[in-house]
Design a protein around this ligand. Structure first.
Ligand SMILES: CNc1ncnc2c1ncn2[C@@H]1O[C@H](COP(=O)(O)OP(=O)(O)OP(=O)(O)O)[C@@H](O)[C@H]1O
Length: 212
């Protein structure tokens, strides 16, 4: 896992050192794509202990828990879009900062998803359900990374007795690989390719070795 020799998947770029965190499906070629569409995904995390997720009520990812986000509109920066989507979907305002970049490619779909992931450690306003999302707090509990993993440095404290654990079974399959990197406060990059059956065929995730 030398930092110098890391080869990023096609479509990913990063100009600071990275430590590979997870990869798989190397027997499959990276899927080719023609166009890229920009999306945002935003998370509010309090005390490194709880995270606000939303149950998507319609459209892409319906029935799955996720951060709040959507398409970057023409003339908007990803940050402006992330702030707008968090307000629209969860009713709150937060000082969002980009904490990662993800690329998703679906076999047979010519437009790839370029997702700028944002987070904030505070917010203002009242968390409110919207037509698109049902927001709920979840407990981060202990690190989702293996105990002696070099990126495991944040103490998430005792499990909350009142909040449910992060519902990985009802989230996108790629989330288990990059959510722990975000909770460890490491800037992350990654790519996941999905087959037409929506199963992950190839994936690669890495994070910066030092906390942001
Ligand atoms: C493949 N693995 C994935 N893992 C995690 N998150 C994923 C994802 N693939 C898409 N996403 C997110 O799904 C939302 C779609 O956004 P989407 O609802 O289509 O956008 P928008 O709100 O602009 O649409 P409408 O208002 O419904 O038209 C957006 O947050 C985007 O980041």
């Amino acid at each position: 896992m030398s930092q110098q020799t890391l080869v990023l998947p096609p479509g990913l770029a990063h100009d600071r050192p990275l430590v590979e965190a997870a990869s798989g499906g190397a027997e499959n070629e990276w899927v080719k794509y023609d166009k890229v569409k920009q999306y945002t995904n935003a998370f509010v995390i309090l005390d490194d202990k709880k995270v606000l997720l939303g149950l998507k009520k319609r459209g892409i990812g319906m029935g799955l828990w996720n951060g709040f986000g959507g398409k970057v509109d023409p003339g908007e920066t990803p940050e402006q879009a992330a702030v707008r989507e968090l307000q629209e979907e969860a009713g709150i305002t937060a000082p969002l900062q980009q904490c990662g970049t993800l690329l998703f490619v679906v076999d047979g779909v010519d437009t790839a998803f370029d997702i700028s992931v944002f987070n904030a450690y505070e917010y203002t306003g009242t968390v409110t359900e919207s037509e698109e999302m049902r927001p709920e707090w979840f407990s981060i509990q202990k690190s989702m990374l293996p105990p002696h993993h070099p990126l495991t440095t944040i103490d998430h404290g005792e499990a909350s007795e009142t909040l449910p654990p992060i519902p990985l079974q009802t989230m996108w399959a790629d989330d288990e690989f990059w959510l722990p990197l975000m909770f460890a406060r490491r800037y992350f990059v990654g790519r996941a390719d999905f087959g037409a059956d929506n199963k992950m065929r190839r994936w690669w995730f890495a994070a910066e070795p030092t906390p942001a």
